[in-house]
Design a protein around this ligand. Structure first.
Ligand SMILES: Nc1ncnc2c1ncn2[C@@H]1O[C@H](COP(=O)(O)OP(=O)(O)OP(=O)(O)O)[C@@H](O)[C@H]1O
Ligand SMILES: [Mg+2]
Length: 497
């Protein structure tokens, strides 16, 4: 026989419960008194953590700002996610500012997206929430807090943080570069006591490596060189060199030096700073201008041989006193600054010098290590001609007039600019090619040596134009164009005759 237990009556149960609750309250109030607030908070959150059901997912919150500055991950996500818009997306925001080429498409608040990376599913959500007012009596409207939520299985945490997020940052940079309108900076013409300043316009030069007529191997090596340069951030850091690269482009007028610069800018999506030295009088102005150039840009100094002061430092002593007082810009000042401070306080800098006369350059410029690559832009070759015929006339294969033209090109000096001009003379390929043959025949009769004389004369004429512009500057006469476009068009006219 088992002993029978006494079954408690409801009234006894109630009194037991009441006394337990009272003792709990007593313990709690004692705990409140005994255990300090921070420790209590910690104990409660720990207990909550252990008794809460655990989710296998991790959510990263990517807020718009981090302190005073923008959160780069947020900006990158905004751009990157536009490429992931699915047919299920219901609302998108579009906008376009006057300076942008394309529509800007962004997610609308509350929209969700799914992305896959290396087989991992990633859920994105764009959230806009009104932020709490720190002071409820504040009459200011609540500000909006925007953030992305990125959730995925916890086991992928390392992979997402170490590879996916950097991947999103990199993709966004590439997308932004493609969307960006390139700028061309030139110097404003008014020289006052503040010196000269950069002014920008959109760079819409259509030249690309594809349309450029130049030796295919040389073209390939220039492209390779540029691609390697932009990828070598860590290399430059490791070897302790400034992340800059210099190119010297040389060759007769009309062989595509300026076109190559535009092709480089379009290829890398870099802005161009066209530094017309004739507009600068002092090293201090030059320094100011160089320091205000941005990273990921190409600094261009055209016709470097065309400035008396820069051409040969040894002549400086012989200069007239008045000129010496006014012109304080020196080649050494330029080179020292480019090699030193300027290149070390920026990243991904490219500098390009052009000249029609490499042999006239100061040896300081040609010293090894100064201009990393010397690129000779030469007269039109058979390959270059075919490239131009493709670009201008759309001829991809062979044409019955090609062999005659190629025969002439082997022993006639004609620049790609001259060939291009002939090919533009008609939409009809036969007419344009016949016009080119006529030019080649005439040049062939005149003889090569004349052509060379012509080039030298053309370059000298251009040089003289720039010198004149510089002298005008010295007597403080405002000049419209230091590059002397008139001189250039005269050169072209003469060369085309
Ligand atoms: N290699 C080339 N490939 C394609 N087009 C060319 C080439 N060279 C010249 N051209 C055509 O001729 C025009 C003038 O060429 P560009 O201004 O590039 O010559 P340049 O070498 O810079 O001359 P300069 O020494 O006078 O500054 C270009 O706008 C382009 O249309
Ligand atoms: Mg040029």
């Amino acid at each position: 026989m088992f002993p029978t237990r006494d079954i408690p009556s409801p009234s006894s149960l109630f009194s037991a419960y009441a006394s337990m609750a009272a003792s709990m309250m007593l313990v709690r109030s004692m705990a409140n008194e005994i255990i300090p607030q921070p420790v209590r908070g910690f104990l409660l959150s720990t207990l909550r953590y252990y008794f809460k059901p655990h989710s296998p997912r991790l959510t990263l919150v990517i807020e718009e700002n981090c302190g005073m500055s923008r959160n780069q991950v947020y900006d990158a996500a905004e751009v990157y996610l536009c490429t992931k818009i699915s047919p299920n997306t219901e609302r998108l925001k579009i906008s376009k500012s006057p300076k942008e080429k394309n529509l800007m498409i962004r997610l609308e608040k509350g929209e969700r997206l799914i992305d896959f990376y290396d087989g991992v599913e990633l859920k994105w959500r764009f959230v806009c929430a009104e932020s709490e007012k720190s002071n409820p009596n504040d009459s200011q409207p609540r500000s909006e807090k925007r953030f992305f939520e990125l959730s995925f299985l916890k086991k992928h945490k390392e992979q997402i943080l170490n590879t996916y997020v950097p991947f999103v940052l990199e993709r966004a940079k590439a997308i932004k570069d493609e969307e960006r309108v390139l700028k061309m900076y030139t110097l404003n013409s008014s020289y006052n006591f503040h010196g000269v300043k950069w002014e920008s316009i959109n760079l819409e030069h259509p030249a690309t490596f594809e349309t450029l007529a130049m030796d295919p191997e040389l073209k390939h090596s220039v492209m390779e060189d540029l691609n390697r340069f932009v990828k070598r951030k860590e290399f430059y850091k490791r070897v302790g060199r400034a992340w800059k690269r210099g190119y010297l482009l040389y060759g007769p007028p009309g062989t595509g030096k300026s076109s190559l610069i535009a092709a480089m800018a379009n290829h890398l999506r870099f802005d161009v700073y066209d530094l017309q030295l004739a507009n600068i009088l002092r090293d201090s102005d030059l320094r100011k201008l160089l320091l205000s150039t941005a990273n990921r840009s190409i600094l261009v100094i055209e016709d470097i041989d065309c400035s008396i002061e820069l051409q040969d430092r040894r002549r400086a002593d012989g200069r007239k006193q008045s000129d010496a007082q006014l012109v304080q810009l020196t080649l050494s000042g330029l080179l020292n600054f480019i090699d030193g401070l300027w290149s070390s306080c920026g990243d991904e800098r490219i500098i390009v010098f052009t000249t029609n006369h490499k042999e006239r350059l100061d040896p300081a410029l040609l010293r090894p290590g100064r201009m990393d690559m010397h690129i000779h832009m030469s007269y039109c070759t058979s390959h270059g001609f075919k490239q131009l015929a493709n670009t201008y006339l759309g001829i991809r294969g062979h044409h019955y007039l090609f062999s005659e033209i190629e025969g002439f090109l082997e022993n006639t000096h004609v620049t790609p600019a001259q060939v291009a001009e002939e090919l533009m003379k008609g939409d009809n390929a036969d007419v344009a090619l016949q016009a080119l043959i006529k030019l080649l025949k005439r040049k062939n009769i005149e003889g090569d040596h004349d052509a060379e004389d012509d080039d030298a004369a053309a370059a000298d004429q251009k040089n003289a134009g720039i010198q004149k512009a510089k002298r005008q500057k010295l007597v403080n006469k405002p000049i419209k164009s230091t590059r002397n476009t008139r001189a250039k068009s005269m050169i072209r006219r003469r060369k085309c005759l």
